[in-house]
Design a protein around this ligand. Structure first.
Ligand SMILES: *[C@@H]1O[C@H](CO)[C@@H](O)[C@H](O)[C@H]1NC(C)=O
Ligand SMILES: *[C@@H]1O[C@H](CO)[C@@H](O)[C@H](O)[C@H]1NC(C)=O
Ligand SMILES: *[C@@H]1O[C@H](CO)[C@@H](O)[C@H](O)[C@H]1NC(C)=O
Ligand SMILES: *[C@@H]1O[C@H](CO)[C@@H](O)[C@H](O)[C@H]1NC(C)=O
Length: 186
């Protein structure tokens, strides 16, 4: 990827915004597939720490996910974190390939930058964009769980054509409250 296309990618990624004030009562809003005005969810891999949104990296850096961090998390609440690829081939608008889903992560873990609590609904799968399918975006979303959040211990094995908005609605989540994104290619 040339510097020029990287730059235009970064500009496109930062243009779309979704107004969201952290002081608002937490509510559900649809996901966007770009960096947004949401705070950044820091995502740490063994080979790279993603502390800003929208960069392009070699996919070899993402083989092992370590933890996620959000210093403004409420230590008394639980959170759900999801990673999706909306650029997977043969996916329609609103559908994405599910790379990771973990529920019941305690706010204290997000503050302390560890991943000791919660339940893995879908195991982490590193990015594997197929040859010839161009640059894929990989997005991370942090949701706050509510007292109505249900079935947080289920297991989802069908990764394809996953609808995160629908999942968030069904599970009474609120957010996204923090977002991150990187892109990579074959
Ligand atoms: C990521 O951040 C942690 C904590 O600051 C540090 O120990 C680690 O070396 C960093 N990893 C990379 C790949 O920069
Ligand atoms: C958070 O999840 C744990 C299980 O992982 C549960 O025991 C606890 O009650 C939950 N707390 C809240 C505030 O929902
Ligand atoms: C990737 O695709 C290109 C053409 O689209 C082809 O030339 C190349 O050999 C492919 N690479 C592999 C490893 O299959
Ligand atoms: C989740 O909700 C369904 C109904 O929508 C109910 O049958 C089930 O018992 C609930 N599970 C938990 C763990 O609360």
């Amino acid at each position: 990827m040339s510097l020029k296309s990287m730059l235009s990618f970064a500009i496109v990624a930062s243009v779309t915004t979704l107004s969201f004030a952290q002081t608002d009562k937490c509510r559900l809003s649809p996901v966007t597939y770009e960096c947004s005005t949401h705070p950044v969810l820091v995502v740490n891999f063994d080979k790279v720490n993603l502390s800003k949104c929208g960069s392009f990296y070699d996919k070899s850096l993402f083989l092992k996910l370590k933890d996620v961090a959000y210093t403004s998390a409420d230590a008394t609440k639980n959170y759900t974190v999801a990673m999706i690829d909306p650029d997977a081939p043969r996916h329609e608008k609103g559908q994405a390939y599910l790379h990771w889903l973990r529920t019941g992560v305690q706010g204290s873990d997000l503050v302390n930058r560890v991943l000791t609590t919660g339940h893995t609904v879908t195991d982490y799968a590193p990015p594997t964009p197929p040859n010839g399918t161009g640059v894929h975006r990989y997005l991370f979303y942090l949701y706050q769980e509510t007292e109505n959040t249900n079935a947080t211990v289920e297991s989802i094995t069908k990764r394809g054509k996953f609808d995160l908005d629908e999942y968030a609605k069904q599970h009474a989540l609120c957010g996204p409250i923090a977002v991150n994104m990187f892109s990579t290619q074959y």
